[in-house]
Design a protein around this ligand. Structure first.
Ligand code: ADP
Ligand code: MG
Length: 276
């Protein structure tokens, strides 16, 4: 190992020490100035450290594999306003502790959009936590049994953005409903959320198993909220159908009718694309 590589190792510049022969070759060929060469060396190490840090933070955030808004086919989902989603990518909803609620049937891209926004927020330096309602409730329930519910709740209330995916796939037991309320209450006006649900708000009472608790949850969740109803077809079905059937054509620009939007409390910003 060269003396230079040894010093870099000693300084924990581990990545750049492996890259050194290549960087030196390039510097000689391109006759880089001392200043430009030093910049290159430090940049290679800094970029690597930054990427590693994002990886560590993504693991801690429990993020699903990365997807992007660029990878989302807005043409397939005409009920969705691409402009509105790109506005969300400015991430101002995090600073204002706003909830973003994606409603719609399975396969329309709720998890994709939530994941893409969560990754975007993580890359921008925000603290993020991603979970499904089922995993959250299992985790909180286990903590309650161990007697450290408070500490576990803080793990979900501290991050600047919490994504709560898949609300509505299971009916909640009374204790689970209480835990769900405790979480929403603890985050209320303290942090931003993205939540996804296949259930209209009017069905949350049955899902939570308690109308009063459901309306207390919705009251807090929707006090500062941006509700986005997606009413198109399942992208999964489109992909499957491509093997067997002629291509499906997207539905005409769908209007959210009753169902998904009934019973929504006041003071909610409407998605212009689905406003009635
Ligand atoms: P949901 O959460 O609404 O059930 P998902 O977000 O899980 O749906 O989408 C199902 C699959 O289809 C995922 O692999 C997702 O990346 C993909 N998908 C959904 N909608 C689109 C779209 N409009 N463009 C590209 N991929 C999409
Ligand atoms: Mg989903």
């Amino acid at each position: 190992m060269s003396a230079l590589a040894e010093v870099l190792q000693a300084l924990s510049f581990r990545h750049v020490s492996g890259e050194l022969p290549r960087l030196l070759d390039t510097a000689r060929q391109e006759q880089l100035s001392y200043e430009a060469f030093l910049h290159q060396v430090l940049l290679v190490e800094a970029t690597h450290r930054q990427q590693r840090l994002v990886g560590v933070r993504a693991l801690a955030a429990h993020l699903p594999p990365k997807v992007t808004l660029e990878g989302f086919d807005f043409a397939f989902q005409p009920s969705l306003s691409a402009r509105h989603i790109r506005e969300l990518a400015s991430l101002s909803f995090i600073a204002t502790c706003t909830s973003v609620v994606f409603l719609g049937p399975p396969g329309v891209g709720k998890t994709h959009l939530s994941t893409a926004l969560a990754w975007h927020a993580l890359d921008a330096g925000y603290s993020v936590r991603f979970t499904t309602l089922a995993r959250l409730l299992d985790d909180l329930d286990a903590a309650r049994h161990r007697g450290d519910l408070g500490a576990r709740l803080r793990a979900y209330t501290r991050p600047q953005l919490l994504v709560l995916d898949e609300i509505g796939y299971t009916h909640l037991a009374a204790k689970q409903a209480q835990l769900f309320f405790q979480l929403v209450n603890a985050r209320y006006e303290r942090g931003a959320c993205i939540v996804t649900s296949n259930k209209s708000f009017s069905d949350w009472g049955a899902m939570v198993g308690d109308e009063v608790l459901a309306s207390a949850i919705l009251d807090r969740l929707l006090h500062h909220a941006d509700v986005i109803s997606i009413t198109g077809q399942s992208y999964r079905m489109k992909e499957r159908a491509a093997f067997f059937l002629p291509p499906l054509s997207p539905q005409p620009a769908a209007r959210a009718k009753g169902g998904l939007r009934r019973g929504r409390p006041r003071r909610i910003r409407q998605d212009p694309a689905v406003a009635e």
